[in-house]
Design a protein around this ligand. Structure first.
Ligand SMILES: Cc1cc2nc3c(=O)[nH]c(=O)nc-3n(C[C@H](O)[C@H](O)[C@H](O)COP(=O)(O)OP(=O)(O)OC[C@H]3O[C@@H](n4cnc5c(N)ncnc54)[C@H](O)[C@@H]3O)c2cc1C
Length: 378
């Protein structure tokens, strides 16, 4: 069997692997291996595509702010239209949570441009809401819908233009250490490189174990989405993203329909995630609780896996036990927003270059906070 060699092999063509391959190609001979026929088939192709500087913990928020630089100024020819479509986001609280909303608003003011809205203001943007259920909302006008398809394919196109090669339908089945690094066996052929990037999403632990590394006991968590029609003659296209915080509901417009999630997070195994009937029913029930809407038909439904390390912080860096084996995993519920800065960090580590200053300054102790070493017990 012929062995294809490279300087670095990225495993997994979701948003993380595509961004890493894009960052590395042009500097190193880079290959990207994907088990499915199409890149982006798993978590990346199933997300809510929200860009919000208020989403997540302080570290993920810092990464999201760094990503905004990239989204605002994608390189020439990266995509045909802007990656972000500004629609705004409303993070809503019930009438008995007014003081909580005010407290969180004060914190949100430190990280993004926000306003504290009354129920009247919320209803002016989403008139179908039932009265009396929401008290206040944090309005983030800069929140946006990410064009995930353009982002993913911008990375892949740039990667190929810089000489990289993508192999689909190529599931990594075995990784063996050799003098020159690693030999990787897939269903379609054999590959060899001194460095591997593990961007296998929900399968990251499995790939790590194949390479002889310890599992980091990451947990894929299933999240469900349903798509339903709004009432007849109601145009929802200019609605913002709306989350009823802590009440298992967010929704947003989606090509004239409503994209609804019950924000479930059920631990699962790495797989082609499918929606459970109960979660679909909960999603329909929760949207009908908050909107004057009768869900008669589910137009579409799916589930995807958001994969987390134990501390819910991404895992990026060289494995402490396996030199040349780098993690780019555990992007959790924020990976569409954070993949580019994380891939930039990964590329600096692989090429043994200092971090770009804007990443260096993004968050205190960024490198050690995301390193797989934090789980290492010597
Ligand atoms: C319902 C839902 C809503 C979300 N909403 C948002 C949001 O609003 N904003 C946001 O930023 N993020 C959101 N996310 C999270 C985001 O989708 C993920 O963080 C991101 O897609 C993770 O990307 P990834 O490349 O790590 O994983 P994946 O996209 O899963 O890619 C991993 C790839 O590795 C491949 N692979 C695995 N094992 C092998 C192997 N052995 N050989 C070869 N290839 C392999 C897989 O086939 C897969 O293509 C959401 C996720 C879900 C499910």
């Amino acid at each position: 069997m012929k062995t294809v060699t490279a300087d670095v092999i990225v495993i997994g063509a979701g948003i993380a692997g595509a961004a890493a391959a894009w960052e590395l190609s042009g500097h190193m001979n880079t290959l990207l291996l994907e088990q499915e026929e199409q890149p982006g088939y798993h978590a990346t192709g199933r997300s809510a595509a929200l860009f919000s500087e208020l989403y997540g913990d302080p570290l993920n928020r810092a990464l999201i702010r760094s990503a905004n630089r990239f989204f605002q100024q994608t390189p020439e020819g990266f995509a045909d239209s802007p990656i972000l479509q500004k629609a705004g986001a409303l993070f809503c609280y019930s009438p008995d949570e007014m003081s909580l909303a005010e407290q969180l608003f004060a914190e949100a003011c430190k990280v993004s441009k926000v306003e504290l809205w009354s129920e009247r203001q919320i209803m002016s943007r989403v008139p179908l809401l039932k009265k009396g259920l929401l008290g206040k909302a944090i309005w983030e006008p800069g929140a946006a819908a990410i064009d995930v398809h353009s982002l993913l394919h911008g990375f892949l196109k740039g990667f190929r233009q810089k000489g990289g090669s993508l192999f689909t339908d190529s599931r990594v089945q075995q990784i063996t250490a050799c003098e020159a690094g690693f030999v990787i066996k897939t269903g379609k052929g054999q590959f060899q490189a001194p460095r591997i990037i593990n961007a296998a999403g929900a399968w990251a632990d499995q790939v790590a174990v194949m390479a002889g590394a310890n599992s980091l006991k990451m947990v894929p968590k299933r999240r469900t989405v349903i798509v339903v029609d709004p009432p007849e003659n109601i145009d929802v296209s200019d609605w913002p993203f709306l989350e009823v915080v802590g009440k298992e509901l967010y929704f947003k417009p989606d090509a004239g329909q409503l994209f609804v999630s019950p924000e479930d997070a059920s631990p699962d195994i790495p797989c082609d995630a499918q929606p459970e009937e109960l979660d679909v029913a909960v999603a329909a029930d929760h949207i009908m609780k908050y909107l004057n809407l009768d869900v008669r038909k589910i137009n579409n439904k799916w589930a995807g896996l958001r994969t987390f390390a134990a501390d819910e912080v991404p895992v990026v860096g060289e494995d402490p036990d396996i030199p040349g084996f780098f993690w780019l995993a555990g992007l959790g519920g924020y990976g569409i927003q954070t993949a580019q800065p994380l891939a930039g960090i990964m590329a600096s580590l692989v090429m043994e270059r200092p971090l770009p200053v804007y990443l260096e300054q993004a968050y205190p102790d960024l490198l050690s906070s995301i390193s797989p070493r934090r789980f290492h017990n010597p």
